[in-house]
Design a protein around this ligand. Structure first.
Ligand code: ADP
Length: 200
């Protein structure tokens, strides 16, 4: 399969920093036929000794978005590798995207190679709960972008100004909003119900 002919069936995990995209993405990955892919994780694993890796890590450390072209290029290559080594089998497998797309341009790029079946919009009216989670994650996962208050604030602003607007590229009918301020079992149940309704 060439890069340009790949066609993916996709669930988007959408939400501000700390909303649990990675946590729930990893849980969904355990369901047979689901493949979770996080662009943040992909970028964090780049070799910081390389010129590109160094520039990208610096961008992330400031809480800014990596360029659309670089992100999409790496995204395509990683998915292609996952197909080649037999971990991901499109279109049979559903691709659970965590952290992509984050801009309108990325959404346009995605729509060229994928069909979005469902958008799980994880959010919580009380952002303090999310900030509290980020503080815990900074310690547990040694994430530099979670350790700094002004970077955290900047990432929320980027989410509210650029990333939320990305949803306009998709039909409202695809969106299921999940309250991530609820207890985990209720979140699991809400996500399960949304999946059963849309894909079951
Ligand atoms: P969070 O959503 O909690 O901020 P992520 O791991 O999804 O965590 O993203 C961390 C950082 O990685 C972002 O702040 C950004 O710098 C970079 N990043 C992740 N996904 C993208 C993307 N799709 N486009 C551009 N930059 C991205």
């Amino acid at each position: 399969m060439t890069l340009s002919t790949a066609r993916y069936n996709v669930i988007l995990l959408f939400g501000p920093p700390g909303s649990g995209k990675g946590t729930w993405g990893k849980i969904l990955h355990q369901i047979p036929g689901f493949y979770h892919f996080s662009t943040g994780e992909m970028l964090r694993l780049l070799d910081v000794e390389s010129d590109l890796g160094h520039r990208i890590i610096e961008t992330m450390r400031r809480g800014e978005l990596v360029s659309d072209e670089i992100t999409f290029d790496l995204w395509q290559k990683h998915l292609h590798n996952a197909i080649v080594i037999g971990r991901f089998h499109p279109p049979k497998d559903t691709l659970v995207l965590d952290g992509f797309p984050r801009t309108t341009r990325q959404a346009e790029m995605l729509n060229r190679v994928a069909e979005v079946k469902l958008i799980l919009k994880l959010d919580c009216a009380n952002r303090d709960i999310l900030v509290e989670r980020l503080h815990r994650r900074a310690i547990l996962e040694a994430r530099l972008d979670d350790a700094n208050q002004s970077v955290i604030r900047h990432r929320f602003t980027v989410y509210d100004t650029d990333t939320e607007a990305t949803l306009r590229n998709f039909s409202n009918e695809l969106i299921e909003t999940i309250d991530v301020g609820a207890p985990p079992v209720q979140i699991l149940s809400a996500i399960g119900a949304a999946l059963a309704r849309r894909l079951g």
